[in-house]
Design a protein around this ligand. Structure first.
Ligand SMILES: *[C@@H]1O[C@H](CO)[C@@H](O)[C@H](O)[C@H]1NC(C)=O
Ligand SMILES: *[C@@H]1O[C@H](CO)[C@@H](O)[C@H](O)[C@H]1NC(C)=O
Ligand SMILES: *[C@@H]1O[C@H](CO)[C@@H](O)[C@H](O)[C@H]1NC(C)=O
Ligand SMILES: *[C@@H]1O[C@H](CO)[C@@H](O)[C@H](O)[C@H]1NC(C)=O
Ligand SMILES: *[C@@H]1O[C@H](CO)[C@@H](O)[C@H](O)[C@H]1NC(C)=O
Ligand SMILES: *[C@@H]1O[C@H](CO)[C@@H](O)[C@H](O)[C@H]1NC(C)=O
Length: 510
């Protein structure tokens, strides 16, 4: 008897003793189509072979399962059962094809073998969760100029079961409000609000992929870090600028640069500006475009040269007179070299100073002064009842009068208590609140003269004696005439109102 032809590789065979009515015991079979769920247990029934017709006799059938997929099955009488074990589960996702095919060969003694097919579809179960490819933390670079409503990145997760996935932004994630997903199946993340590199350079958001068509609705999340890249959206700024809040924004206001020049003089080299050199920077800190400087053309701008890369300003022609041109105002423009439409303009004021060789000076280091106590304000007097007028002398000026000199009282020990008792007027006259003074008091006042142009100062002391109401100022013990300039000789008393009568006993100690 010839060996049955079930010697194919991976064949599992079974000899079946059948009570058939002589021959053709294999004819009861046919091709079988069936299905089994993945992950089914060992021994699960896959198919039951039909009983051959005309059951009598005693034929012996030999059944074999063969083919590449045969190892998944075994024969148990007339049943085809699943052959799996721990570590060798029937996993649809691991199979090359979700359909298994085995050949069933039936051989009956004396007949040639008959071959049938058993086709088993492996049914899917939701035994896989979605997952993001590679990592669970992703980084994306997005320009701050990215348009709102545009797709800025795409989240893609996989599901081995082939389940339909839907993507959502986790609203609890820190920067969820910046992003949106309009088409949940696409995973395309849309920018929901404008980015601003100047305020935020990094954002973080969590995207979750959820199974849509399963009852388990497994999900997976990925953390997305977004680096906001600087775009050219800022203009140059002059420094040091002053930040100011304006409608929720911080606005950087340009400084006014100031420098001094002396009339009729050309100093070598660039002008020295305050509060610092003329300097601007690109507001896009991530880009720092190169800056070029220029002067806006106006009346006096041709007098100056500006270095287009450093911003240094040089005076080319001296200014003839500080009287006719006390100051020159320049408009300095800083523009991006790569985009001239991005610029800023700041003012630079060049003050023209008169030449200054001498400080102002008071003719005397101290003066004697008198004022009668009274009911109102009174001018301080000097010997002989003449009005005391202090005047600092400045030899830089033809008549010794520097119009930029300002007088002030420096707070002395007496003044800290009642600072308003005395005042010095721009013309050098001193006024006292005579109603707050008591006879026989004495005060020492320090008067400062300051050249507002050069900043130079000089000081003198006024020794003041308070007289009784109506009391006359003493005569100059040295005979008079040596006192500084005075007003209207013989002017006595207060600034209006009758002088008090009843002269008290003299208390002056001249
Ligand atoms: C099940 O398959 C394993 C490995 O392929 C094999 O060793 C074993 O004999 C099979 N079991 C049966 C009952 O056929
Ligand atoms: C983001 O930008 C940085 C530096 O600019 C670069 O090193 C990195 O590769 C970029 N990442 C991506 C995802 O483009
Ligand atoms: C993801 O699954 C977890 C539990 O498995 C659940 O708590 C969470 O709400 C799910 N997230 C989403 C967005 O469905
Ligand atoms: C700066 O000035 C030089 C000549 O003084 C000129 O060659 C150069 O093109 C200028 N640069 C810019 C950016 O204007
Ligand atoms: C003012 O100060 C001078 C000297 O410092 C002192 O002699 C005088 O008593 C003071 N006068 C008053 C009213 O305090
Ligand atoms: C210019 O001169 C004024 C005094 O007239 C002085 O206060 C100021 O500091 C000077 N400015 C500079 C930049 O030197």
């Amino acid at each position: 008897m010839a060996a049955p032809s079930c010697l194919a590789l991976l064949a599992t065979c079974l000899v079946l003793q059948l009570a058939t009515a002589g021959g053709d015991g294999c004819s009861g079979f046919g091709n079988l189509f069936t299905a089994i769920a993945e992950n089914s247990a060992h021994g699960s029934l896959v198919a039951r072979l039909p009983v051959a017709a005309g059951d009598a006799g005693g034929a012996t059938l030999r059944l074999c399962l063969a083919g590449a997929d045969a190892a998944w099955f075994y024969l148990d009488g007339r049943s085809v059962r699943l052959n799996v074990s721990d570590g060798r589960e029937l996993d649809r996702e691991e199979l090359e094809s979700p359909v298994l095919m085995v050949a069933l060969t039936c051989t009956e003694d004396g007949f040639s073998p008959v071959e049938y097919r058993i086709i088993v579809q492996v049914l899917n179960e939701n035994d896989n969760r979605p997952h993001f490819r590679g990592a669970t933390v992703f980084t994306h670079n997005i320009s701050e100029l990215a348009a709102v409503h545009s797709v800025v990145f795409s989240a893609q997760a996989e599901d081995a079961d082939g389940d339909t996935l839907m993507y959502v932004i986790d609203t609890a994630s820190p920067d969820a409000r910046f992003f949106r997903i309009d088409l949940p199946n696409s995973g395309r993340v849309v920018l929901a609000r404008a980015l601003d590199f100047e305020s935020r350079q990094q954002l973080e958001v969590v995207v979750t992929a959820v199974e849509m068509n399963t009852k388990e609705r497994f999900n997976a999340s990925a953390r997305v870090r977004v680096n906001v890249l600087d775009g050219d959206d800022q203009y140059p700024q002059f420094l040091p600028c002053t930040p100011r809040a304006h409608r929720g924004l911080t606005v950087c206001t340009s400084p006014v640069y100031t420098a001094n020049v002396t009339e009729g003089q050309l100093q070598g080299g660039p002008l020295s500006f305050s509060p610092g050199s003329v300097y601007a920077e690109d507001g896009d800190r991530g880009l720092r475009a190169a800056i070029t400087y220029s002067l806006l053309a106006d009346q006096e701008s041709s007098r100056f040269h500006i270095d287009n890369t450093t911003g240094a300003i040089t005076l080319l022609r001296a200014v003839e007179s500080s009287r006719s041109t006390p100051a020159i105002s320049l408009s300095v423009m800083a523009a991006q070299v790569n985009d001239g439409s991005k610029f800023a303009v700041a003012q630079a004021v060049v003050r023209v100073l008169a030449p200054n060789r001498h400080p102002p000076a008071f003719p005397r280091p101290s003066y004697r002064a008198f004022v009668p106590a009274g009911r109102e304000a009174a001018l301080l007097l000097t010997f002989g009842g003449r009005v005391l007028a202090l005047r600092a002398h400045d030899p830089d000026f033809a008549e010794g009068v520097n119009p930029r000199v300002r007088y002030s009282l420096s707070p002395g020990p007496n003044r800290s208590h009642e600072p308003q008792l005395f005042q010095v007027m721009p013309n050098g006259l001193l006024v006292a609140r005579a109603d707050h003074l008591r006879p026989a008091q004495s005060y020492r006042l320090q008067v400062l003269a300051r050249d507002e142009e050069s900043g130079e100062t000089s000081s003198t002391t006024v020794e003041l004696e308070v007289l009784w109401p109506g009391q006359a100022a003493p005569r100059d013990p040295l005979g008079g005439g040596a006192e500084p300039p005075e007003y209207g000789g013989g002017w006595r008393g207060g600034l209006g109102g009758p002088a008090c009568s009843s002269p008290p006993p003299s208390s002056s100690s001249s």
